[in-house]
Structure formats: structure tokens, C-alpha cells
Design a protein around this ligand. Structure first.
Ligand code: TA6
Length: 277
């Protein structure tokens, strides 16, 4: 079943099916929980997340668009702060498909002067697939970057390892210094890396609990982020120790390698999440 409820004035599309449960906030087009049948929460949501239309929700899957990072304000673009429209939902034996849309408006053109149409599709079942299709509905070309900035729920960051990110990366904790990636990444402090030669599937070994496979397409980078303690303390919407149970693995179109769309052209960015015990 698909129902709409309200949380602190924000509309949440609740999906309840034999195969999985999920919630999607229309503010941001932001998935806030996903729980396949018999599994623990796969997606991390901050216990101090603020549901406020002026802000992005901390946790879940923020949709960063039409730019990645702090290249312009607001940070990570306006899509995660915009109200999306529920376009359709369908159910079948495998799960539920929900589609949201976001089009340019006076408010979006004030920060980014282009016409566009975005369709965000969630396929919710034993796996979760999120696809963002961006179309240029303007009469001149424009360029964009962005990300499906997924926060994963892990048992303990101290026992979490990540592999198959790809070779080279830019280290955002060292002013973008180019580094050669190792085979397996473990966490002992803040990690903020842009892997610019991404492999299609990044693997998360969630401590002793499970493996999470994150398969991306339409991207040109994989970003891995954990803020660690000091940054968590500085963020009002994160509990001081909550970095211990999260890690971001992002399907990214990096701002150093943006994509240009001619009038009428489209591009699809996806991420697919599957869990194995
Ligand atoms: O994707 C990693 C990153 O860009 C980090 O540098 C960090 O700032 C994070 O995203 C969160 O950004 P936000 O604007 O949501 O606080």
C-alpha cells in the first residue's frame, strides 16, 4: 500500500509491501527509510534530522542537483530543498514503483537560470533502485553535476570496510590532493574522497552483519564520506557519536566533470542497493 502522512508539516509517501517498507519525503524527493523484509534498516537517518522545508534532511538519500558540493549556494544544489510532486505509484509482486517530478519554477530559475524536467523513480522491493532522469527543456544547452548521496546504516564504522571504489581519488580532507586508492578502505578518522575512475559496484562490508552492494550508472565518480567525531559535533542535525553508525557511498557526477545536455537531451543517474547476509 502507498499512503501519504505528514511529519512536522512535511509530506512523506509511506510504502508498505510484502517485500519491503520505505518512506519518501516530498520535500527533497528524499528517501528517508528502506527496510527489505526481514532485514535491518539499510539507510541511515540522523536521530537529530530536522524536517524543515528550508533545509536538507540529514541522512536518507539526498538528491544533490544541479551541482555537487559547495561550488555555489545552496550546498549540493536546490533539488534536496525543493518540493517534489508525486506523479505515480504502482505495485506488483516484486514491490512498489514510485515516481516524483521536479520542474523549473520562478524559485529555481532565480538560483539557476535554466528550464529542466527531473523524474525521480524509486523501485522498492528486496533491492532498492533510485533513478534520476534530467531533461533539458530549455532552448540552450546547460551543464550539471550532482549525486544520489546515500547514507548507509552500518553496525559500527570501526569494523566497516569498503572496496571496489576504483583507483585514483581526490582527497577532500587534503584540499583535493590526488591519491592512489588502496584495495580496501577502513575508517580511523574523517574520510571524504572522490573516486574519479569508479567501478560499477562499490561493496560495503557492514562489520559482521552483512554486505551491501551499491551499483551505480550514469555517474563519473564514487564519493565516500564519514565526518568522524569533530565534524559530527559541529553539525546541529547529527548526534555527537552518530558518525559511528553511518557511511555515505554516493553515485556522483562530480562538479569537476559536469555533464552538458543540449535542448531535448536527457541523462539518467542511478544507484541500486542490495543486501546479502
Ligand atoms: O559528499 C561529501 C560531502 O560533500 C562532504 O564534503 C560533506 O560536506 C557532505 O557532503 C555533507 O554536505 P552537507 O551539505 O549535506 O552538509
Amino acid at each position: 500500500a502507498v499512503t501519504i502522512c505528514e511529519h512536522q508539516g512535511i509530506k512523506i509517501v509511506r510504502i508498505s509491501h510484502d517485500q519491503a517498507e520505505a518512506g519518501i519525503s516530498l520535500h527533497g524527493g528524499h528517501l528517508v527509510w528502506f527496510k527489505p523484509k526481514g532485514e535491518d534498516d539499510v539507510i541511515w537517518l540522523s536521530e537529530k534530522a530536522e524536517f524543515d522545508t528550508a533545509k536538507a534532511i540529514r541522512g536518507g538519500i539526498p538528491v544533490c542537483w544541479p551541482w555537487f558540493g559547495k561550488a555555489a549556494a545552496p550546498s549540493h544544489g536546490f533539488a534536496r530543498n525543493s518540493e517534489w510532486t508525486l506523479k505515480e505509484h504502482r505495485e506488483n509482486d516484486n514491490g512498489v514503483i514510485v515516481a516524483l517530478t521536479l520542474e523549473d519554477s520562478e524559485a529555481t530559475r532565480a538560483v539557476w537560470p535554466h528550464k529542466f524536467s527531473n523524474v525521480l523513480t524509486f523501485e522498492i522491493g528486496t533491492t532498492l533502485k533510485v533513478s534520476l532522469t534530467s531533461t533539458n527543456t530549455d532552448n540552450t544547452e546547460w551543464s550539471f553535476s550532482g549525486a544520489l548521496h546515500t547514507y548507509f546504516n552500518v553496525e559500527s564504522i570501526h569494523g566497516t570496510t569498503i572496496s571496489q571504489m576504483g583507483g585514483e581519488y581526490q582527497d577532500s580532507t587534503q584540499a583535493g590532493k590526488i591519491c592512489q586508492g588502496g584495495e580496501e578502505l577502513s575508517f580511523e578518522g574523517e574520510v571524504d574522497r572522490v573516486y574519479t575512475q569508479p567501478e560499477p559496484t562499490v561493496m560495503i562490508q557492514d562489520h559482521q552483519r552483512r554486505q551491501i552492494a551499491v551499483t551505480n550508472s550514469g555517474h563519473n565518480a564514487a564519493v565516500i564520506w564519514n565526518p568522524w567525531q569533530e565534524l559530527s559535533i559541529s553539525m546541529t542535525d547529527m548526534a555527537d557519536d552518530s558518525f559511528e553508525t553511518m557511511v555515505c557511498v554516493e553515485s556522483t557526477i562530480h562538479n569537476s566533470n559536469s555533464i552538458t545536455l543540449a535542448p531535448g537531451e536527457s541523462h539518467t543517474l542511478t544507484t541500486e542497493v542490495s543486501v546479502k547476509r
